[in-house]
Design a protein around this ligand. Sequence first.
Ligand SMILES: Nc1ncnc2c1ncn2[C@@H]1O[C@H](COP(=O)(O)OP(=O)(O)OP(=O)(O)O)[C@@H](O)[C@H]1O
Ligand SMILES: [Mg+2]
Length: 260
Amino acid sequence: MAGFAIMGVSKVFAGSGGTAAVETLRDIELTIEDGEFLCILGPSGCGKSTLLEILAGLQTASRGEVTFDGKPLRGTGKERGVVFQDPSLYPWRTVAQNVELGLEIRGASRAERRTEALRYLELVGLRGFEHKYPHQLSGGMRQRAGIARALANRPEVLLMDEPFGAVDHLTRLQLQDDLLTIWSGERKTVVFVTHDVSEAVYLGDRVVLLSPRPGRINRVFPVRHKRPRKRDDVELLHIQHEIYAAIHEVKTQQDLEFTI
Ligand SMILES: Nc1ncnc2c1ncn2[C@@H]1O[C@H](COP(=O)(O)OP(=O)(O)OP(=O)(O)O)[C@@H](O)[C@H]1O
Ligand SMILES: [Mg+2]
């Protein structure tokens, strides 16, 4: 049961060199269900990455508690795979060798590593590129390689931080559909951070809107549509409008930047 319970989580980063402390998250209360595709939406600097890092175990909460699978979350774990905005592949390793990294650390045999790497490269549409180096790939292909690398560790949860932020619009739409295909095949829990309203509504079972820093939960929007969804579905567009309205309400607090 790969679900999270986030209970009263706040995060304050201590100031350094005389600078003031930064309160980044305040009283976050959220349950993420096993197998759910949850999107987290919010303006720049509201603490989305910080929240994801807390779930990954890369940061700890200043107050409150997070449980995973019913147990207090302590540190990182291979059951929680992270995909960052910049997939940061090792430039001296081929695509396959990058994907094999986690398997290598686990001590898998060479043959097993290669089989698994090819399986996940196939899944993300990168079969045939396994011997290329990262610089020989497009931005979208590097993102796919980053996703394959995370999947190869067979995580129960994918924590994704604006994974498609750096790719062009059409590639982004394709990657969204590919991710949904992977998600429906492997039924992982996905926590997906974005600042793109339409992306959040297209992908998510629920969309959590955070307010400007310190990030608090402004509203949670359920998106109950069955999949495959149509991007121009009237009801999905209606939810987008509702989200924009909610964003507009808090806009006076800070100059927010959202993409459509
Ligand atoms: N390690 C850190 N030390 C100090 N302050 C930090 C640290 N990490 C984040 N912050 C601060 O916390 C706030 C939230 O940062 P975070 O990266 O979580 O925002 P975000 O919502 O992901 O923004 P973006 O959409 O721009 O990626 C920022 O003001 C940032 O300066
Ligand atoms: Mg961020």
